[in-house]
Design a protein around this ligand. Structure first.
Ligand code: KG4
Ligand code: ZN
Length: 336
């Protein structure tokens, strides 16, 4: 059978990315131009700046992805692009670019859901991973517990009621002066702290055992810091980071394993930016081992936003017959 090469484009937030993926599993290139340094100045992603930067970078990122793969557009079979969810102005840059190439080269266009992309990142390095499996998607914008029934077929088992896990990491990091993005910084600092120093609350909802809530935890960390400042007591940033991180991880592991048990699944995967957290990976590893469940996770570079994951997802959508027209639009709140 013929190889299917997909040129994939991702621009939903603050990474301009392009990649060539062969048959959904083989990453031939993975180019990521990060805008993090720009947004760090403002303590978070500024949508207007993100869009402008995507426009500046997207052509060279795509050219580099093709060059690295040793290809030209003539070797490409389809264009995959993230069309939601995300920042509308940022998404539009990738979508417009993808449509222009599809039109100019008369290539099929496949729109991809960003979360489907994150989940599919697992296919690239785990050649033996196939549905069905349970996947926990934890990123800056999403916290979803998903049952992947088949390629492109998802049941959402649980989700966050308020903040995403990554958002909580970013907000707590800002409160203790670590800067943006906070996840990797808390990950690092927490290794010097005591995770049992401060008993931060863990939210469990009796009526929805697979849902998450992190805003109460975040407020509790902010209150703790305020109380220390009022009393002029020095607080230990590493202890706060470690205790906060433990509260997040405990809930993520508990709810996820409840779902793994309930669905009687023997495969579990993790995805999204927070999935690169070293303590979370270690905790999931242990919980899965206890149950004899196989644990899958992408390398850190494929956990945070990238286009290879979009190429993997686009391949399975393409094989299932998904085609989008040149009227494809960015959908900021696209549902999975
Ligand atoms: O998947 P991603 O790149 O973008 C979204 O789709 O949201 O995720 C970014 C999020 C940020 O909130 C960042 O702080 C978090 O992932 N993150 C981490 C780590 N690395 C990135 N959170 C915890 N520990 C990490 N090592
Ligand atoms: Zn993402």
């Amino acid at each position: 059978i013929r190889n299917v090469n997909i040129l994939a484009i991702e621009s939903s937030c603050d990474e301009t990315a392009a990649s060539v993926v062969c048959n959904g599993r083989e990453m031939l290139s993975n180019v990521i131009s990060s805008q993090i340094d720009l947004h760090t100045l403002y303590g978070g992603v500024v949508p207007e700046i993100a869009s402008r930067k995507h426009i500046e970078k997207i052509n060279q990122v795509i050219e580099e992805a093709l060059r690295e793969a040793g290809m030209t557009l003539d070797n490409i079979d389809a264009i995959g692009v993230t069309y939601g969810p995300g920042l509308v102005g940022a998404l539009l840059v990738g979508v417009a670019e993808a449509k222009a190439i599809a039109y100019a080269k008369n290539l099929p266009l496949v729109g991809v859901h960003h979360i489907e992309g994150h989940i599919s990142a697992n296919y690239i390095e785990n050649k033996n991973l196939e549905p069905p499996f349970i996947c926990l998607v934890v990123s800056g914008g999403h916290t979803h517990l998903v049952c992947v029934k088949d390629y492109g077929k998802y049941d959402i088992i649980g989700r966050t009621r308020d903040d995403a896990a990554g958002e909580a990491f970013d907000k707590v990091a800002r409160a203790i002066g670590l800067g943006y993005p906070g996840g990797p910084k808390i990950d690092k600092l927490s290794k010097e702290g005591n995770p049992n120093a401060i008993p931060f609350p863990k939210a469990h909802m009796d009526d929805a055992p697979y849902d998450f809530s992190f805003s109460g935890l975040k407020s509790s960390v902010l209150n703790y810091i305020n109380a220390c400042e009022m009393k002029h007591v020095e607080y230990n940033r590493a202890d706060i980071a470690a205790s906060f991180q433990k509260a997040v991880i405990d809930v993520l592991v508990e709810n996820t394993m409840k779902a793994v048990d309930r669905y009687d699944m023997n495969r579990f995967a993790i995805a999204g930016g927070v999935a690169s957290n070293s303590s979370l990976r270690a905790a999931m590893e242990v919980a899965c081992a206890e149950r004899g469940v196989q644990f899958f996770h992408p390398s850190p570079i494929l956990c945070t936003d990238n286009a290879a994951m979009i190429g993997a997802a686009a391949y399975y959508e393409y094989m299932a017959g998904t085609r989008h027209g040149l009227d494809l639009n960015a959908v900021p709140n696209l549902k999975l």
